[in-house]
Design a protein around this ligand. Sequence first.
Ligand code: NI
Length: 156
Amino acid sequence: MALRQIRYDGDDILRKKCKEVKEMTERTRILIDDMFETMYEANGVGLAAPQIGILKRIVVIDVDYEHPYVLINPVIVEQDGEQTGDEGCLSLPGKVAEVTRPSHVVCKFLNEDMEEATIEADDLLARAICHELDHLEGILYKDLAEGPLRDVEYED
Ligand code: NI
């Protein structure tokens, strides 16, 4: 595994639409491993492939550092409810802003074996899925933010 360079806001690649994954290859498996390593190293709870410069529809998420998910070609097929709260992004380090998202989503995707799977998610996991799927369309959370981006206040 290897750490990859995270792309930051202002990099054009973050604004491009990603392509579907057609087949699992060794190269893609390595990419997924590297995405997890890069996400954990940066203390993130989610990372989308374009954030490391790869325009493929692949997302990794682990909101509690116990349940890692790989979502390939993910699509939200149901959503309801509403939650408003602070959101951040590894591509906009040190910043947060309020974003309203559905409180519940159902997402269909392919797993690492390219098998169809479904995840039903609430609260933070639902927020993370929405945020990461937006990256695949070139959307950043700041586009949806209801107030200004604020500096994260770190605890001592
Ligand atoms: Ni992000």
